[in-house]
Design a protein around this ligand. Sequence first.
Ligand SMILES: [Zn+2]
Length: 336
Amino acid sequence: MKKYDYYEDVSFLIGKTDKEAILLLKKPSVFKITGKDNSKAVLVSTLIHGHEICGFRAFLKEINSKPEYPLDVYFAVGNVQAAQIEPLFSNRLVPGGQNFNRTWIKEPKTEMEQLSFELFEFYKTLPLVGILDLHSFTATDTLPHGFLPDTKEETLKLANKLANYGFVTDSNLGAMIELTTDIAPSLVIECGTNGSKEADEYAFETLHKFFKLTGVEEGNVEDVNKGVFVNMTNVKIKSAVTVVWADEKQDAQLTIRSDISKLNITEVKAGEFYGWANTLDLFVIKNKDGLQNVEDWFELKDGKVYIKQDVVPNLMSANEKIAKESGFYFFKRWEK
Ligand SMILES: [Zn+2]
């Protein structure tokens, strides 16, 4: 039995609210909307993280307009199980389970890795010309942006028109776009804050820009890119560390300045203040070269922690679970 459901019909979702619609699904689900020309197709992936609802809402809004496409359009609804936990759309992943955007690897072992691989094998059979993966984020004062699996010309061609800022995931995370980039240019757009109206609108706009760029719709799309960033370096706070976000030092091993997410997608200079601690043995830092020396990235002086290099951070947020499970990233501006 397949680990996902496949439908060539979306009519049972028409007129349903997002909550009604998600409860009608049983597994991760792929929907095909058959177009006039079946020699080309695009794929739009949503809800790989169960609380990142904007892509799912864009999908529902889109199918409610009863679209007719010149080529085949596939929509995927990813972590249905996580999204279905009450309150609906509040869980990134099933508690205790795997992050569904870290399981796309060539040698699958776990249940979710096998599911991801099965989906990948199916996507490989489709004449895909583009793959768009819609996400949102926890931070509240961060701009929409994109994640790209590589800096291949065809990836950049799509990214430059869909993402103001493009971050290259060059450290084999196990993300969907990393595995599917061999099929067709594949990228993530992070549309805004989870559950916000702005993210919903951005996701829907992005969907239609993507359609224009891939020939599903007619029209031009402007170039919006302001920078591509590489050398993805993941920073996680160790799970046993007591951490709080505040404007002055608290009774915890690590106090992080409360406005930390303001630094996301800005050019941070070496010496930027980060927080308070008595040791740097609080972080796990990794990039494509493996485990990094914490002292290369942070500096401790008189009980204060500073960022030690010029970096462009992303996905910093005042959220303990995120800071420990997914962490945040330091990037460097890419010079071609
Ligand atoms: Zn996500």
